[in-house]
Design a protein around this ligand. Structure first.
Ligand SMILES: Nc1ncnc2c1ncn2[C@@H]1O[C@H](COP(=O)(O)OP(=O)(O)OP(=O)(O)O)[C@@H](O)[C@H]1O
Length: 354
């Protein structure tokens, strides 16, 4: 089952001409620079752009095509905006109940109490929404949207107005929710670290057109796309926690390329996790260093080298099937005589669990 959309819309100088297919489960990020048409595409999917021509289907359900136009309130879509648009005169409980009453009672296979608990809004229920912090308001908005039992959740930069701490806390809730919910989430963002953390799939938009679609882990490494060339380029690898080291406060995980050491995680052994490795935190050596404080060292093969004028090079590394990016100076690359196919060692200064 998948979400399939194809839309065309012209508005002054801007033309949206976008087509994509996304899995009907998990979080798919709609990513691209400001003004590329992310919100417009989301509004087309919701049925909020009557001038848009095209089609949208979720599984066997057609919301729009040449012969059909299901109005917005009958599409079974939950919509969360950048600013939580709660009913100001109602309490948190009644905002949530508003969603629930519209639902007919099936919250994507997840118990409403569980949604409220996961979002951490249980204690807020008697409060007026006017007295909530930005992060709390957004949690309630997400809860209200989910309690309406949508078949699809659309989120338009829901964390953009929040501070880093609230953002991280809500991202952790969303990660957990997306694993438990049976519905797909389309998540608009122009922040690639947010996308790397949250989404499994990504649709990249540029100038109203789809530039690329696919798994986030793949698109972050693609040299023909801008993400690999961003100053804070990073890669995501998946690994499995295989031990905790209480003595040093560390956890060890296995990934395709070997063993990674991270700050101790409160997660069970055997759990699959994602870690992010920033290109600027990876250095290369010709032999395996033993007199270094760096714990994460593993053998890699150079797959490609791309010039980044004036002084740097982006080196694409294969760690036994996992792709990594390293950004080093051209001077270092020349000194080490780096070349495609050469086997070297990657030293990773900092590894963060996603
Ligand atoms: N109501 C409107 N009337 C005319 N043009 C509009 C309107 N809303 C948006 N646009 C234009 O449509 C284009 C796409 O806008 P859209 O809001 O979809 O982009 P976006 O990728 O979501 O941007 P951002 O990340 O800044 O929110 C932009 O060029 C914008 O200026």
């Amino acid at each position: 089952m998948s979400l399939q959309a194809r839309f065309q819309l012209s508005r002054g100088d801007f033309t949206l001409q976008a087509e994509f297919s996304a899995p009907a489960q998990g979080i798919t990020a709609l990513f691209g620079p400001s003004g590329c048409g992310k919100t417009t595409l989301l509004r087309c999917i919701a049925g909020l752009e009557p001038g848009a021509r095209g089609s949208v289907q979720l599984g066997q359900t057609t919301w729009q095509d040449a012969h059909t136009f299901v109005p917005v309130h009958r599409r079974g879509i939950g919509y969360v905006f950048q600013e939580a648009n709660l009913f100001a005169h109602l309490s948190v409980r009644n905002n949530l109940l508003y969603g629930y009453r519209r639902s007919g009672g099936d919250q994507g296979g997840v118990d409403p109490e569980r949604i409220i608990q996961l979002l951490g809004i249980d204690q807020l229920q008697d409060r007026s929404v006017q007295n909530l912090s930005g992060g709390e308001r957004q949690r309630v908005a997400i809860g209200r949207a989910l309690l309406s039992a949508p078949q699809l959740l659309l989120m338009d930069e829901p964390l953009a107005a929040l501070d880093r701490e609230s953002k991280n806390a809500i991202m952790a809730c969303l990660q957990q929710l997306s694993q438990e919910l049976a519905i797909p989430v389309l998540y608009v963002s122009h922040d690639h670290s947010e996308v790397a953390q949250l989404a499994q799939q990504m649709i990249m938009l540029d100038g109203g057109r789809v530039q690329a679609t696919g798994p986030v882990i793949e698109l972050l490494n693609r040299l023909d796309l801008p993400l690999a060339h961003a100053p804070d380029a990073e890669t995501i690898v998946e690994g499995i926690i295989n031990a905790h080291d209480e003595r040093y406060g560390l956890s060890y995980l296995e990934f395709a390329g070997g063993r990674l050491t991270v700050t101790q995680a409160d997660l069970p052994v055997g759990q699959t996790v994602r870690v992010r490795l920033q290109a600027r935190d990876i250095s290369l050596t010709l032999s395996q260093q033993t007199d270094t404080s760096i714990l994460n060292i593993f053998p890699v093969t150079i797959e490609a080298i791309v010039e980044e004028p004036p002084a740097q090079q982006l080196v694409i590394l294969d760690a036994n099937g996992a792709t990594l990016l390293a950004r080093i100076t051209r001077k270092s690359a020349e000194y080490l005589k780096l070349a495609v196919g050469k086997q070297v060692y990657a030293q990773v200064k900092s590894v963060a669990l996603v």
